[in-house]
Design a protein around this ligand. Structure first.
Ligand SMILES: Nc1ncnc2c1ncn2[C@@H]1O[C@H](COP(=O)(O)OP(=O)(O)OP(=O)(O)O)[C@@H](O)[C@H]1O
Length: 250
């Protein structure tokens, strides 16, 4: 079943059009990878799925983004609730300068959870969910900034899981990480897709082929082609896709 359906999405930064009439459906509990050369609009597209662009001045958005059938750009959308449902992980892990525990408890607390026992449970479950519990269970009250980069990234994922999202947006989540940490995040993505709908931007085509079910190729703000990942990489329908994946540009 489709979780997110984007129809005819145009996005302008001032006069510059960064997304050109994009239509793309993303299935529930699956991983969709967004690939394409630098500046083609991948991050812009990703950020349009939880209205992160609302924070940037002079952005104009036309078209629709429906999640479970509801247009997230409708006037009555609760954007705080939307961002709880659609969480985001960034390229550089960005834990708060607080303890591991406080990082994970932060979201539930601002959404009103005050019960200590319940918060303990949420923190433990979320850290398990992000495959980090065993590595941090003895240092829950130490600073998150003392964790390795890969652990910090998994902590950022745990922080999202704590508010019970439905969709995880990941913008090049491993580009700042070493190969072992990257592998752990990729294994985690494989686990998480049993429960969550995941959209990942990656520059690494091997990563796209390892982690995703479907891949969308963007070029100059256009969606050139979208298909089952193995098809897109072995039998692309479009010449531009073939040129990109065979390393002829980008
Ligand atoms: N806040 C902004 N204000 C103005 N223009 C922007 C802004 N963010 C992105 N752009 C422009 O929109 C276009 C698409 O950028 P975007 O970051 O979405 O591409 P990308 O494919 O994610 O690139 P990269 O792989 O380098 O991260 C680019 O031309 C970029 O310069």
């Amino acid at each position: 079943m489709d979780k997110i359906v984007v129809s005819n999405l145009d996005l302008f930064y001032g006069d510059q059009q960064a997304l050109k009439t994009i239509s793309l459906a993303m299935a529930e509990k699956s991983v969709t990878a967004l690939i394409g050369p630098s500046g083609c609009g991948k991050s812009t597209f990703l950020r349009s799925l939880n209205r992160m662009q609302d924070l940037i001045p002079n952005v104009k958005i036309l078209g629709q983004v429906r999640i479970d059938g509801q247009d997230i750009y409708a006037d009555d959308t609760d954007v705080v609730l939307l961002r709880k449902r659609v969480g985001m992980v960034f390229q550089n892990p960005n834990p708060f300068p607080k303890s591991v525990f406080e990082n994970v408890a932060y979201g539930p607390r601002i959404h009103g959870e005050a019960d200590k026992k319940r918060l303990n449970e949420i923190v433990e479950t979320s850290l398990h969910g992000a495959a980090l519990w065993n590595e941090v269970k003895d240092r829950l009250h130490k600073s998150a900034l003392g964790l390795s980069g890969g652990q910090q990234q998994r902590l950022c994922i745990a922080r999202l899981l704590a508010v019970e999202p439905e969709i995880l947006l990941m913008d090049e989540p491993t580009s700042a990480l070493d190969p072992i940490s990257t592998m752990k995040i990729e294994e985690l993505i494989a686990e998480l897709k049993n429960k969550y709908t995941i959209i990942i931007v990656t520059h690494n085509m091997y990563q796209a082929s390892r982690v995703s079910d479907r891949t969308a190729f963007f070029l100059n703000g256009e969606l050139i082609e979208e298909d089952v990942t193995s098809n897109l990489f072995t039998r692309p329908a479009m010449k531009k896709t073939e040129d990109y994946i065979s390393g002829r540009f980008g």
